[in-house]
Ligand binder design. Structure first.
Ligand SMILES: Nc1ncnc2c1ncn2[C@@H]1O[C@H](COP(=O)(O)OP(=O)(O)OP(=O)(O)O)[C@@H](O)[C@H]1O
Length: 592
């Protein structure tokens, strides 16, 4: 967790929130064996002064809350004796206002501090994830990334208010109990016995409650994935009844798992809730039915003691309600921290040696050379990271202002080679040089900045990032030339909806965006594959030569053998090995 820490204000709300969030992981839910070593009570051991300040306010709030009950009781005793105290009435009101202020301040401040910390955690982790190499990203499962970046935050935010209210209730409970002890030590003993029996009862189910909630979270994630597949695979499911039935069967099992795990935790929680409510009434019952027998001298005070005991019911409910949320929040914080640790481990391995390439010299490069480069994909299925595919002895020379075609069969390694060329994959062996100057294994951004690309699996963001006014003008022009300008709003800077575009139109937008970036090297991975014959011809016979004439260097993966003659250099890839394919010309343009 040490990399990329934002310089947070040491006393700012996010640093308070950060301490509170991390404290959730230090505080394990109370366990049967040692309930007082862990649990909410150890909140007092927190080290941040601001957090201690918040705890101080929790104590103050509890003191005011108890004073409210004290003055209620005092006045009720006086009224019973046909007297009335204006002071007690005013004091009651003042204490109530103070109590309300402290309670509101405490919950609002701690919740907003925690939200501020979450905001900072999210920013920090997203920044780290964008620094991972593509290989690292591919090594993480999609679920790990969505859980680490998205899913854990929602439940955490929802749990925060209940937990902070629970902490306030806990301190109120302690104060109210001390007040009961002040009124009658024997009543405190009786209610204490009931309280201890209730806590022991809770501790006996808390471990099971934690487990079922963890299982519920796992089943929930699996059901989410199933529902996502149901939406993304809508076409396939509607075309094939057997496929739909089998899918529905799997979705039903995922839903049933979730239902069973949620029911199990609901049953345990119902037990905790019911025990809490029963305990509250039992405390009042013990005072009314048992106290007069054990100590007849306190008979006259019973109603006042009962009133104080009844005021314990609210805080007990608040504490119990927060326990479930505490488990959820703890589980989420641990998930986020675990993900960040894993990202840190990856980043620590991505060595960034000195890059001897000077940023100012890159734009004017003469040639980019890959020399004996090797890279291996690990099999995602194999636990021992067995090699699934290798690009071997890769020699490739990309000359400035030329058109290079890379061809080869499906799965031969063309896309992998493009990604090695642009520095998305770290090579295992060999060198990349730019005009005889070596490029790092994890190339610096100034090397990557040479390239704009349309990969086969390109992503369209909802707005054109990184384009200034000139860039937007270029985008406008290219959308016009590619015949799709009417599909986008007049003002391109605010973004656009790409859902209604056809596959070919999406590719035109992706190409227009890549051209608008105006970088020296353009990488195109099977761009023409989804285009109509006229556009294909326009692309190979008009656009590519035009790009070259405007000073661009082009590296194009293609299967269109009728246009192979458009290339200045043609490489052929077979099972991860590349060869310069000299003398190949297209079979003639048959006027496609
Ligand atoms: N992230 C990955 N992890 C493991 N194996 C991978 C990964 N990406 C690609 N491969 C494997 O590497 C091989 C080459 O893939 P690549 O995408 O480079 O081929 P390609 O020549 O571009 O194929 P196509 O013409 O079908 O797009 C394939 O066998 C593929 O299964």
């Amino acid at each position: 967790m040490s990399l990329e820490q934002e310089p947070a204000d040491q006393n700012g709300p996010s640093s308070v929130g950060d301490t509170l969030l991390r404290s959730l992981t230090r505080l394990s839910p109370p366990r049967f064996k040692n309930p007082f070593k862990s649990g909410l009570l150890s909140l007092a051991s927190l080290d941040s002064p601001s957090v201690k300040g918040l705890l101080g306010i929790a104590v103050l709030s509890a003191a005011f809350g108890t004073a409210v009950v004290y003055f209620l009781n005092a006045e009720s005793k006086l009224v019973g004796e046909n007297q009335y105290s204006v002071f007690a009435a005013i004091a009651f009101l003042v204490m109530l206002v103070c109590y309300r202020f402290c309670q509101r301040f405490l919950i609002a401040q701690s919740s907003s501090a925690i939200e501020a910390a979450l905001h900072q955690w999210r920013q920090r982790i997203v920044a780290k994830v964008t620094k991972l190499s593509l290989r690292n990203i591919e090594d993480f499962s999609e679920e790990a990334i969505t859980d680490g970046l998205i899913k854990n935050y929602g439940p955490l935010s929802q749990a925060i208010i209940t937990i902070t209210a629970g902490v306030e209730c806990l301190s109120l409970l302690i104060f109210m109990y001390l007040y009961v002890a002040f009124l009658s030590p024997l009543a405190a003993l009786l209610t204490g016995i009931v309280g201890i029996a209730t806590v022991l009862g809770y501790l006996s189910v808390s471990a099971r409650l934690g487990e079922t909630m963890q299982q519920s979270a796992i089943s929930n994630a699996s059901l989410d994935r199933s529902m996502e597949a149901g939406i993304r695979g809508a076409k396939e499911l509607r075309l094939n009844t057997s496929k739909r039935n089998e899918f529905l069967q799997d979705a039903k099992e995922a839903s049933s798992d979730l239902y069973q795990n949620r029911s199990a935790s609901a049953a345990l929680f119902a037990e905790v809730l019911a025990s809490g409510t029963t305990a509250s009434y039992l405390m009042a019952g013990a005072v009314i039915f048992v106290l007069p027998i054990l100590n007849p001298g306190e008979k006259d005070d019973v109603s006042r003691i009962v009133m104080a005991v009844l005021f314990l019911i609210g805080p007990i409910g608040g504490v119990i309600g927060s326990i479930q949320q505490f488990n959820i929040a703890r589980f989420s914080v641990l998930g986020i921290m675990r993900f960040e640790d894993e990202v840190d481990v990856c980043l620590a391995k991505n060595e960034e040696a000195d890059d001897t390439v000077n940023s100012s010299s890159l734009e004017d490069f003469g040639v980019i050379e890959l020399d004996q480069v090797r890279y291996s994909h690990r099999s995602p299925q194999a636990a021992d990271a067995e090699i699934a595919f290798s690009v071997k002895d890769l020699n490739l020379s990309i000359k400035r202002n030329s058109i290079t075609f890379i061809t080869g069969g499906n799965g031969s390694g063309k896309t992998t080679i493009l990604r090695l060329l642009v520095g998305l994959y770290p090579r295992e062996r060999g060198d990349i040089r730019i005009d005889d100057t070596p490029v790092n294994r994890f190339p610096m951004q100034n090397y990557r900045d040479l390239f704009s690309s349309v990969f086969a699996d390109f992503h369209l963001f909802a707005k054109p990032y990184a384009l200034d006014a000139d860039g937007l003008a270029r985008l406008d022009e290219w959308l016009n030339r590619l015949g799709v300008r009417d599909k986008f709003p007049a003002d391109l800077s605010t973004g656009y909806d790409t859902h209604a575009l056809s596959t070919g139109q999406k590719k035109r937008l992706a190409l227009a965006l890549a051209l608008a970036e105006d970088r020296p090297v353009l990488i195109l991975d099977e761009w023409a594959a989804d285009q109509d014959p006229q556009t294909r011809k326009f692309f190979y016979r008009t656009l590519l030569p035009e790009f070259r004439a405007s000073g661009k260097t082009l590296v194009v993966v293609t299967h269109d053998d009728r246009y192979f003659d458009c290339a200045d250099h043609h490489y052929y890839v077979e099972e991860g090995r590349i060869t310069l394919h000299s003398g190949t010309q297209g079979e003639g343009d048959t006027s496609q």
